[in-house]
Design a protein around this ligand. Structure first.
Ligand code: PMP
Ligand code: GLU
Length: 403
């Protein structure tokens, strides 16, 4: 009865949409915690640090200075200019303020871009493992996702020849993140250059480069595919403040895009949100024009925690563990444990493994199924050393009971 009502009430578009698995696991972890269980939540990808003080102060000042009105829909001009300056200085991207649109998070930025460029039936090549929301956003835009998978042997990275093989006359966009959520893999300049050469031969294709983890990079300097001259007019660079500046709740993200796409995203926001919170924008301005010292310190902490968690995971029998070069996720291959049982509970998939781990050991992680990698488990290491140590111990003891 309930299902029938749902199907009748809601649109086909909505009925085809899945819930965000990262947020769903986090909700379940919160529910268990509210029942008094000592849950360690490593499911949501969220910095555990507070937003740096100078950014908070800028928000307080914005309120006192009377920034309580609608802002221009694509963002305050000085914030858009500061973003353009950052992209030029740090990423070698030639943008002016008109190329920049500020949104309520990078999540909305990506949704805006897909809604702006995808017609029904257009194909979007998505590199797997992928961030959960890409596939669902493509569905909302009535496009078709074409999944191209990177293997653990190649650091989970898709190659240029795989991209070339996936292109059809219907390909409209390529979407990926680097540093990658969920694998932490970082594409090098030469890997991105090879992909750009393939894109350059196909004039219709737009590249959507999600660089939200730019500042959480443990290896070489970050490289933006949008800086490659042969395709620069067809690359949308997505970034934001959530991860690097520990500002998830403020909801500020942005794109640097060709003017036509930027104008389209502005138009969507004009009908859907009227732009981002004025106070959060003022905070974002302080973040992007202020010192990056706090961002650097947080990144150093993530590197230390990466070493801790990856070291502990490597000691667990049966796990195949890759070393992430950025972001804050471990993504071990857990296939050794699938098809076996925990206390009589059969565990067929990584999602079931994650659920049993939560119920039995009270550690929240996310099954790789949601990321297009059904053999893996995503474990966030954006948590305190103490919680990470305890969580790894619980994971080891839990897996030891799977027969
Ligand atoms: N892209 C990736 C790869 C992410 O992990 C996230 C985190 N939720 C986002 C985009 C969206 O970030 P936000 O909307 O908080 O800016
Ligand atoms: N990006 C984070 C994650 O992957 C936040 C949750 C979300 O927006 O889905 O967990």
């Amino acid at each position: 009865m309930e299902t029938t009502t749902k199907v009748q009430l809601l649109s086909d578009r909505l009925n085809a949409l899945s819930e965000s698995e990262t947020l769903a696991m986090t909700k379940k972890a919160r529910e268990l915690a509210s029942q008094g269980h000592k849950v360690i939540s490593l499911s949501v990808g969220e910095p555990d640090f507070q937003t740096p003080q100078h950014i908070k102060d800028a928000a307080k000042k914005a309120i006192d200075d009377g920034y309580t009105f609608y802002s221009p829909v694509p963002g305050y001009p000085e914030l858009r200019q500061a973003i353009a300056d950052k992209l030029r200085k740090e990423n070698n991207l030639e943008f002016s303020a008109e190329n920049i649109v500020v949104s309520t998070g990078a999540k909305q930025s990506i949704a805006n871009v897909l809604l702006s460029i995808i017609n029904p039936g257009d194909e979007v090549i998505i590199f797997a493992p992928y961030w959960v929301s890409y596939i669902e956003m493509v569905k909302l835009a009535e496009g078709t996702s074409v999944i191209v998978s990177g293997s653990i042997e190649n650091d989970f990275k898709v190659t240029a020849s795989q991209v070339e093989a996936a292109i059809t006359p219907n390909t409209k966009a390529i979407l990926f993140s680097s540093p990658c959520n969920p694998t932490g893999s970082v594409f090098t300049k030469s890997e991105l250059t090879a992909i750009a050469e393939v894109v350059a031969k196909n004039e219709r294709i737009v590249v959507i480069a999600d660089e939200i983890y730019e500042y959480i990079n443990f290896g070489d300097k970050h490289f933006s595919i949008g800086s490659i001259p042969s395709i620069k007019d067809r690359v949308v660079t997505v970034n934001g403040f959530s991860k690097g500046y520990a500002m998830t709740g403020w909801r500020v993200g942005y794109i640097g895009a060709p003017k036509a796409i930027a104008a389209a995203c502005d138009k969507i926001q004009g009908q859907v949100t009227s732009g981002t919170c004025s106070i959060a924008q003022k905070a974002a301005f302080a973040a992007i024009t202020g010192s990056n010292e706090a961002a650097k310190e947080m990144s150093e902490a993530y590197l230390r925690r990466r070493n801790l968690v990856i070291g502990l995971l490597k000691e667990i029998p049966g796990l195949k563990v890759n070393v992430p070069q950025g972001a804050f996720y471990g993504f071990p291959d857990v296939s050794y444990y699938l098809g076996k049982s925990f206390n009589g509970i059969k565990i067929n998939t990584a999602a079931e493994l994650a659920m049993t781990l939560l119920n039995e050991a009270k550690v929240a992680a996310v099954g790789g199924d949601a990321f297009g990698a059904p053999n893996c488990l995503r474990i966030s290491f954006a948590a305190s050393d103490e919680n990470l140590l305890e969580a790894c111990k619980r994971i080891r003891d839990f897996l030891a009971q799977i027969k």
